[in-house]
Design a protein around this ligand. Structure first.
Ligand code: PHE
Ligand code: FE
Length: 284
């Protein structure tokens, strides 16, 4: 168990009650500011499902919301619930929650000096970024299936492969809409700068979704992504990931990883990135 798990009031499954009384006026102000910024950024950039989820949750800028209230609305829509956690939880704990349609949300919010980038999830990323998408029935089922797949990947020693799929879909995925590309990835919708960068910058690659290719692709957690993958709709994602991954993992074990910015033969390229502003830090 890590240190945070021993914090007072944290249960063995790493859940706790949301400590509303611990939020300061400054914390609520950070939420309001992040929320208002994204409301402006995401018009015409976030996908329909995200925007519909946001309004279905009655998420407004007021201040950090009560998770229990959101959880009831979410439950009524797709049978998912929010559970409050102290921060990142161990992989097996995370997957077990997802497989039971429980989404772990970090209770605390970033400091004012971290408005633009944060490497670990906080309440704004988890609530604003993830929960609206869980209001969508197809995406909700995908996330549960992912949780079950995570437990299997752990048993098979293939978590590095499956984690890349989460990264390039749930966190940084793009989707095609009639009018052009739109964002559904939580890591993008909760970031002001990346919501413009992911769609409009000439620097990153934008490639068609390709399950096995994604599971070979390294990623960066410390900067904007070098490559984004685009799906046509959530049904495509759900169908592509429906098969048993056991043989996929066996095949992938023999193939080298692909660096995050690389384009390889067979890629269906929507936009070839100019690589402008990229640095040489290694992928994970
Ligand atoms: N079908 C995958 C497996 O057998 C599970 C999975 C579902 C993984 C959805 C990711 C997303 O491992
Ligand atoms: Fe996230």
């Amino acid at each position: 168990m890590d240190a945070t798990a021993q914090e007072d009031g944290v249960r063995p499954d790493y859940t706790m009650d949301q400590p509303i009384e611990r939020y300061s006026a400054g914390d609520h102000a950070v939420w309001r500011k992040l929320f208002d910024r994204q409301a402006r950024m995401l018009r015409g950039r976030a996908c329909e499902a995200f925007l519909a989820g946001l309004s279905g949750l009655n998420l407004v800028s007021d201040g950090i919301p009560e998770f229990a209230r959101l959880s009831d609305l979410l439950d009524a829509a797709t049978g998912w619930r929010i559970v409050t956690v102290p921060g990142l939880v161990p992989d097996d704990v995370f997957f077990r929650h997802l497989s039971r349609r429980r989404f772990p949300v970090t209770w605390w919010i970033r400091k004012p000096e971290q408005m633009d980038y944060l490497q670990e999830p906080d309440a704004f990323h988890d609530i604003y970024g993830h929960v609206p998408m869980l209001m969508n029935p197809v995406f909700a089922d995908y996330m549960q299936a992912y949780g079950e797949g995570g437990l299997k990947a752990l048993r098979l020693g293939a978590l590095d492969k499956l984690a890349r799929l989460y990264w390039y879909t749930v966190e940084f995925g793009l989707i095609r809409a009639g009018e052009g590309l739109r964002i559904y990835g939580s890591g993008i919708v909760s970031s002001r700068a990346e919501s413009a960068y992911a769609l409009e910058s000439p620097a990153p690659n934008r490639l068609e979704f390709d399950l096995l290719r994604i599971m070979r692709t390294g990623y960066r957690i410390d900067t904007f992504q070098k490559t984004y993958f685009v799906i046509d709709d959530f049904a495509e994602l759900f169908e592509a990931t429906r098969p048993d991954f056991t043989p996929y993992y066996a095949a992938l074990a023999k193939l080298p990883p692909i660096p995050s910015g690389e384009i390889i033969a067979g890629d269906r390229v929507i936009h070839r990135g100019t690589r402008e502003g990229w640095d040489a830090n290694p992928d994970s």
